[in-house]
Design a protein around this ligand. Sequence first.
Ligand code: GLY
Ligand code: MN
Ligand code: MN
Length: 443
Amino acid sequence: MSPDFASLYTDHIAAMRRLADQALAANGFDHLLIHSGALNYAFLDDNAYPFKVNPHFKRWVPVTDNPECLIIYTPGETPKLAFYSPVDFWHKTHPVPDEYWTAHFEITPVGGIREAKALLPDMKRAAVISETAEPFAEWGAAAINPEGLINHFHFHFAKKTGYELACLREASLIGARAHLAAERAFRDGASEFDIHLAYLRAAEHNEHQVPYSNIIALNEHAAILHYQYQERRPPAEARSFLIDAGASFNGYSSDITRTYARERNDFQHMIERMNEAQLAMCAALRPGMPYADLQTIAHRHVAGILIEFGIARGEADELVANGTTRAFFPHGIGHYLGAQVHDVGGKQADEKGTPIPQPEAHPFLRTLRTVDVDHVFTVEPGLYFIPSLLEQLRATPAGRQVDWQRVEYFRPFGGIRIEDNIRVTADGHENFTRPAFERAAAE
Ligand code: GLY
Ligand code: MN
Ligand code: MN
């Protein structure tokens, strides 16, 4: 059954307005303006980069592909939307929308952002959230992107509304369909490029609609964490396949990784063990727990797998403490997910923006917050055979606990990552990704 987006959105926009009321009052503003964004052009050229909407804008309205729109909000009043709908025979323009969300706005078509001037409130009391300062500075805005206001929004964006959760579930379903198509292409012996195309076709996304560049990696390429290229020809032997690719719905994203082996070999067994470990990590998430604790849990699991597969000797805790696991799992366990793939607010202790100190053992984590109900995270443990990190490990005393011949066996497979999208509930979690794969497989 499809979600009732009309009623979910009604509650969502009410929640967005309440949040804006609080954020404006706390920061001494009377009005909020949110610009959808402007096109950016290649240097010395008239070619625009693909448009990426201001993420604040798409949280208010499900419009992701139209620059030069402006939301104008004053607490207690119906928000206004200046909607860019120019006369232009070069480009497709957007007719003024009439959908489930439009009754919540007073919509005025404009041929350019400057036409929105007629709708402006007292700009001396207005805060603007916009990538570009103009024309808002010229119009006398009190502040453009004031930090206190942005921090207030970002802190609260961590908790998703019912509408946002529904959008994230849809994004997971689209992503799962495309992942299944990509797996089929891998099993058929396709090149990385053809797998990428199979993914886009099944998602019905073009390259600019995927929420981040697809990572489509065969064999050793799976050891390159953000492998950004696609070989046009298939390798002589495709042993393994790592795909990290998402989808978007109303501007909300999924971020999904799967790893496959061609043969039933030790690498396939390792994928199965990582899959079990990943599910255990998802199950460990609880309201009240610091998200960074999951990083330590993940390292213990990775240590257990290294021992089980004869790659390292010793106790799990020792392999974590002496840096062995960091050589095989060198990234964070996950991040907030929402309107932004790496969603905001993960490092703030409060709505004022007080930073949470970064744990010494994990200086690069993106999410340090205490886990709460309706927070949405990725959980994405990995285990890779990355030549440069393995060389460093080999040069340390901890390297003596590693069976380097065993490492050589696994190296041609590149590595494993498994990534699901998880919503935390009062007594556990909801996994968006697993049921999406089941549903997509049954279609
Ligand atoms: N796809 C980027 C990430 O997993 O964070
Ligand atoms: Mn990912
Ligand atoms: Mn991710």
